[in-house]
Write a protein of this length. Structure first.
Length: 171
């Protein structure tokens, strides 16, 4: 696949350092939002080994908004597979009022509620601050994170400071 695609970055992907660990060529275009989606903290496939961000559009997400960033990403990355994640397409409205056909990552088989390790949460906070999201939205992220139970080894360090691997143990 040649050219570029639009990627909707939310959760850790709002942190430009984290975004560029995966795709050094990524270019942040603007903030945007997806209607009827909500951010949740879940484990993957009920494995119980750690929590992740999950972008949900279930019935309970109706009326919610997920805010994030619209990025240009080389098309060669679209569909790149990582353990426990899938690449759904979604329409995102940018700050400029235009709609963008984007793709994103979310859990392919979300399990039970569970917080992500602290290093992962730190990337979320850094991204929310870096992108200038408002207090109310940041508070909503924190409330979702706080209500999920702790996962094992919350103090687990980032296992790969370079480009993350495809397996969950390397991310």
């Amino acid at each position: 696949m040649e050219g570029t695609t639009y990627y909707f970055g939310w959760c850790t992907w709002m942190n430009s350092d984290e975004l560029h660990r995966y795709w050094p060529e990524a270019k942040i275009i603007q903030k945007g939002y997806a209607n009827n989606y909500s951010v949740k903290w879940m484990d993957a496939s009920n494995r119980g080994d750690r929590g992740w961000c999950h972008l949900d559009n279930d019935v309970a997400s109706w009326g919610n908004v997920c805010e994030g960033i619209i990025c240009e990403v080389p098309a060669k990355y679209y569909g790149e597979q990582f353990d426990d994640f899938c690449c759904p397409a979604l329409t995102v409205r940018g700050e400029d009022g235009k709609y963008y056909d984007c793709w994103t990552y979310t859990l392919s088989d979300p399990g039970k509620p569970m917080k992500a390790p602290y290093f992962y949460w730190d990337n979320c906070v850094a991204g929310l601050n870096e992108q200038g999201f408002g207090y109310e939205y940041m508070k909503k992220y924190l409330e979702e994170y706080t209500k999920a139970p702790d996962g094992p080894r919350m103090d687990r360090p980032n296992p790969n400071p370079g480009r993350p691997g495809k397996s969950a143990s390397e991310r």
